[in-house]
Design a protein around this ligand. Structure first.
Ligand code: CUA
Length: 153
């Protein structure tokens, strides 16, 4: 094999390994991989299935809250969320009918909520204010009115 050929093959293999290492680091160390092994739920029995039989805001630690939320056309339950500034909030959500989405502009909260699956997303609200909490997945004629606010104070 030609010397230049060997050098280029080494560079290409090296770059390939480097990319795989970066990808692996992002996926496993930074948890930036695509969601997998999502928890499932019977969408017909959301109201009877814990924890979704009691939607609400629960304090689970110091400055740590869990929001158990159900989504349906065209509402969020609970819809009036108020949390103290600096709190880490873990949203646990599922849909009772069609596919919805949740997005809080200005944060990393942006997720699809599909019937039959439990979606989880966490965020720490470090700035006080009123945050728009909206459905960003077309879900029917009332889609544009499916929004609420999160009050952080
Ligand atoms: Cu729910 Cu759009």
């Amino acid at each position: 094999m030609h010397r230049a050929e060997e050098i280029w093959i080494s560079i290409i293999v090296g770059v390939l390994i480097l990319f795989m290492v970066i990808l692996g680091y992002q996926t496993f160390a930074l948890s930036m991989g695509p969601p997998s092994g999502m928890e499932t739920i019977d969408p017909q029995k959301v109201d009877q299935t814990a924890p979704f039989d009691k939607p609400g805001i629960y304090e689970i630690g110091e400055n740590e809250y869990e929001v158990i939320m159900t989504l349906e056309v065209f509402a969020f339950n609970p819809s009036n969320i108020e949390i103290p500034v600096g709190s880490e909030v873990h949203f646990k959500m599922t849909s009772k009918d069609v596919t919805h989405g949740v997005q809080v502009p200005g944060t990393n909260i942006n997720a699809m909520v599909t019937p039959g699956h439990i979606q989880q997303i966490s965020h720490t609200f470090t700035e006080p204010g009123e945050y728009l909490f909206l459905c960003n997945e077309y879900c029917g004629v009332g889609h544009q009115s499916m929004y609420t606010t999160i009050v952080v104070k």
